[in-house]
Design a protein around this ligand. Structure first.
Ligand code: ARG
Length: 461
């Protein structure tokens, strides 16, 4: 077995089980490309600052590039003896370029190195997730534009409340994911700061140029304090918090789709491409996609919680506990990406709204009761009085097995003489929706406006 990079200081070898326990190579190999890029920038900076020669820097950069090729060809597969991706790269570099490879780690520590790698990784992933959010929003918007006139019962307490345009309901998710998109952009700004050059904790004795490596790597700024730079994981926590909110939004939509697809609601049909069957019940068609999204949400919350707890007791600066940031972060990233992809496909081609059934649904309840009260209030009857009158009508109608639209004009006028024939139009589901034309409401004019604004937003960002 190979010697450890640090074995000169030690008398005996590491216990094999402890070597396995300590190693992160199995998962931090995910960072290999970023480790190579970061190391190339560091090598160039060392030459620019006169710490190594230009030729040496070129050898290092070329050697690192060869490792990248090997990685692309699936030929760079360091084992547990490498400990972590940083040692693995350095060791392979020395094999490739010889002794000059041993100069790479001048003025650097794995502590600022791993922070750099993780930030480079997360920066890229945030951009991927943001563009996935944009695709999701596009599909929501397309669907909303097709369903302005489709009405759907609106609920509070999961009890029928007031009917809505389906477009309005869908666009609520557009707004949630818009906040997610913005939030990730905000997190990005704090991910995009370079810890490279903070050294192990205190900086370095070499005349390094931190701003140069930051510039080469596209970082917006550098950490002002080296202790903070090597031990800050706020950016991981912030990302997982933003990711958790994305999952909250996807999970709420999932829950709705799951009950919409049930025989009790029958609001949507799941298409075969996005549903699964049962091993025993031949009639079943199950909404596995939204169920899995709802289920996976807990994983991301768990990673957020794990990071917060990991950080709370850590003294400055680097502690090995920080190695535990990676698996949760990687899994959080992968989970959010997989869920966004699946939900986008589900909305785009995996379900269809049953417009006939939806039209019946908004016709068969008392969700127009508020509009009767509003009708009276608009004619000068104080709202609370109107509300009480309508409460009585609802009660007697339920007793008589009638809906409000079934009442005769005489019955309305017995209740209050201001009722006229236009009450029937006022309580028709379409008019009930159209009338809610206050800013941000479900009224069709408001929706047209909201859809236009959303379309422009997608076009311009
Ligand atoms: N594998 C380590 C990690 O992921 C790299 C940094 C190790 N630094 C150290 N001084 N042990 O955090």
């Amino acid at each position: 077995t190979q010697q450890k990079t640090w074995s000169q200081r030690f008398e005996s070898a590491l216990h094999p089980a402890i070597a396995r326990f300590n190693a992160s190579i199995n998962f931090d190999i995910e960072l290999v490309e970023y480790d190579l890029t970061g190391s190339q920038a560091h090598a160039k900076m060392l030459a620019k600052s006169g710490i190594i020669s230009q030729t040496e820097a070129e050898q290092l950069v070329t050697g690192l590039e060869q490792i990248r090729q090997e990685h692309h060809q699936g030929k760079f597969n360091p084992g547990i003896e490498a400990e972590d991706v940083h040692f693995a790269v350095e060791r392979r570099l020395v094999e490739i370029v010889g002794d000059v490879g041993k100069k790479l780690h001048t003025g650097r520590s794995r502590n600022d190195q791993v922070g750099t790698d993780t930030r480079l990784y997360l920066r890229e992933q945030i951009q991927v997730i943001r563009s996935q959010l944009r695709e999701f929003q596009t599909v929501i918007l397309d669907l909303a534009e097709k369903n302005i006139e489709t009405l759907i019962p609106g609920y509070t307490h999961l009890q029928r409340a007031q009917p809505l345009s389906l477009a309005h309901h869908l666009m609520a998710y557009f707004q949630m994911t818009q906040r997610d998109w913005e939030r990730l952009g905000d997190v990005y700004q704090r991910v995009n700061i370079s810890p490279l050059g903070c050294g192990a904790l205190a900086g370095t004795t070499f005349p390094i140029d931190r701003r140069y490596t930051a510039e080469l790597l596209g970082f917006e700024d550098i950490y002002a304090n080296s202790l903070d730079g090597v031990s800050d994981r706020d950016f991981v926590i912030e990302f997982l918090a933003a990711a958790s909110l994305i999952m909250v939004h996807l999970s709420r939509l999932s829950e709705e789709i799951i009950f919409w697809a049930s025989a009790e609601f029958k609001f949507v049909n799941l298409k075969d491409s996005c549903a699964t069957g049962s091993s025993i019940m031949p009639q079943k068609k199950n909404p596995d996609v939204p169920e899995l999204v709802r289920g996976k949400t807990g994983r991301v919350f768990g990673h957020l919680q794990a990071m917060l707890v990991m950080m709370k007791g850590l003294p400055l600066a680097y502690n090995k506990d920080l190695q535990e940031d990676k698996e949760g972060l990687f899994d959080g990233v992968n989970t959010v990406k997989a869920c966004l992809e699946a939900m986008t496909i589900l909305l785009k081609e995996g379900l269809e709204f049953r417009s006939q059934r939806l039209a019946e649904a908004v016709n068969e309840d008392f969700s127009n009761a508020t509009d009767v009260a509003d009708y009276l209030a608009a004619k000068g009857i104080p709202f609370r009085e109107a509300y009480n009158l309508v409460g009585k009508v609802v009660k007697t109608s339920i007793e008589n097995g009638k809906l409000l639209k079934d009442l005769s004009l005489t019955e309305w006028q017995e209740l209050h003489p201001v009722f006229a024939a236009d009450i029937y139009e006022a309580i028709s589901p379409r008019q009930v929706v159209a009338a809610r034309n206050s800013e941000g409401g479900t009224g069709f004019a408001q929706i047209e406006q909201a859809l236009k604004t959303a379309r422009n937003l997608l076009k311009n960002t």
